[in-house]
Design a protein around this ligand. Sequence first.
Ligand code: ADP
Ligand code: TRP
Length: 321
Amino acid sequence: MRILSGIQPSGKLHIGNYFGAMRQHIELQAENECFYFIADFHALTSSPDPAKLKANSLDVTADYIALGLDTDKTVFWRQSDVPEVTELTWILSCITPMGLLQRCTSYKDKVAQGLSPNHGLFAYPVLQAADILIYDSELVPVGADQKQHIEVTRDIAVRFNNKFGEILVLPKEHIIESVAVVPGIDGRKMSKSYDNTIEIFEPEKQLTKKVMKIVTDSTPVEEPKDPDKCNVFALLKLVAEPEELAEWDQKYRAGGTGYGAVKKRLAGLLIEYFKPYRQKRAELADNLDYVEQVLKAGAERAGAVARQTLSRVRRAVGLRG
Ligand code: ADP
Ligand code: TRP
């Protein structure tokens, strides 16, 4: 099955990204033909600092490689290295009703937050539709927040096919059933935009410091505690073996265990969990030329597919194919 997903290079990847998306992306490689890309055109809609945009794209790629991306099998590239996708975006824009985009909640939310929207932000879902359709993607694994964008993609593809014939492959969304939403150290959803993240490759001391800062309630050590309401326990679930988790569950409910003790164990487990990948990540940081080569090779493979689809589309709408 042809699987495709994109990730914005908007900052250092955190454990919410890992358990919510990256781990599944990596697992899906075993049985599928995977196409993953760095969505740097999309990132432009939030006006990033140019040097940061460039550096983040390489960092995210290095994170994926260190965490198990199979660079021979999976096609991994930087969106802007296959600019044909913007041409398809234009063609699709011309059959996309304004109302469809006006209903998009991620756009409406940003405007409601007071952001003054640019045209790119409004047209964001059309570029995403082009990303998906230009690679004949069959399945698009995304977090629940992206569900509407996949529906918009299907809507646009159906309109296109109705008008011009069966040219585009209709993708299915595949909502990643993550371990629910991973909480950040302040208890809100872990997100680059809230400055509450624990980065996957955070230096170990800093990681421990952050874990010790996770917000908990003020139940005294000796009293019973509810694990299901605890941010530390929610993170522990991601990395502890079931037997150990059951032990902590009992300790919480029995009382006599302080949050400090659980936090220390959590920090230890997180460090252990990502340890096998750290060495590789450090090597890649010293060899960004190699990371760049992976992206270039990916762009060649992705570009070959994109050009074929685009040629089909161009002919269908009456342009030179
Ligand atoms: P951020 O909110 O940090 O900017 P993105 O929106 O770039 O993260 O998300 C990239 C991927 O990681 C998406 O598939 C998203 O569903 C997933 N993800 C992000 N934060 C979390 C979280 N706290 N818990 C679970 N999944 C998450
Ligand atoms: N909008 C997605 C996000 O913010 C990133 C993205 C861009 C994407 N193009 C895509 C995801 C195509 C899946 C398929 O997470």
